[in-house]
Design a protein around this ligand. Structure first.
Ligand code: FE
Length: 194
């Protein structure tokens, strides 16, 4: 195979990728996510936007992937994520803290219910078995995450649910932070460190 023949498919693939990116930016219908955190990673990837931690972060949450204690209110939900650098390379051994409201919109402010942390694996992956958070006054449903890599700056952000009517009324909400949801009980996100 000549060098020219070998390079042609790659060039076409790059062009296709460019077209996909162009179509993904401002032309989507309302409610269709510009799922920057959720789609496959295309380098160079924009850093995931930082968001406020809000008033409910408590340091020292236990290391655990299952937050679904027996008496937790809310529908079971699995949050799967991947942490990458701007070249889409995996970021391993980073600490990922998750904290959230329960299905009724209530935080545990005394202990560590619906709070935990994990370390990303060699592929940058992490997963929490939890419940879908409810809305509370002024806020559309969201997860809070804080990512602390071994090197570099901490990222504090939030993740949101597509199709929530409260998204448009929440001044903190950003469509770039919408989860991809293959089904109602599973959300996925790719988080890009700056
Ligand atoms: Fe919150």
């Amino acid at each position: 195979m000549s060098a020219r023949a070998a390079s042609a498919p790659t060039r076409r693939a790059l062009l296709r990728a460019g077209l996909v990116l162009a179509a993904a930016s401002p032309l989507l219908a309302p409610g269709r996510a510009r799922a920057q955190v959720a789609a496959s990673c295309v380098a160079p990837a924009a850093a995931t936007p930082a968001q406020t931690a809000g008033p409910f972060f408590i340091a020292g949450a236990p290391q655990r992937g299952s937050l679904r204690d027996p008496d937790i209110a809310g529908e079971p939900f699995r949050l799967e994520g991947r942490l990458v650098d701007p070249r889409c390379g995996p970021v391993a051994s980073a600490r990922v803290d998750l904290w959230q409201a329960d299905g009724r919109g209530a935080y545990d402010t005394q202990g560590f219910r619906l709070r935990g942390h994990l370390l990303t694996d060699a592929e940058g992956r992490f997963a929490f078995d939890t419940v879908r958070p409810g809305r509370y006054p002024g806020r559309t449903p969201h997860f809070h995450l804080r990512v602390t890599p071994a090197r570099g700056a901490t990222l504090t952000t939030q993740l949101y649910f597509p199709g929530e009517p409260g998204n448009a009324r929440d001044s903190i909400f950003r469509p770039e932070l919408l989860l991809a949801m293959p089904d109602a009980a599973n959300g996925r996100a790719i988080l890009v460190l700056g």
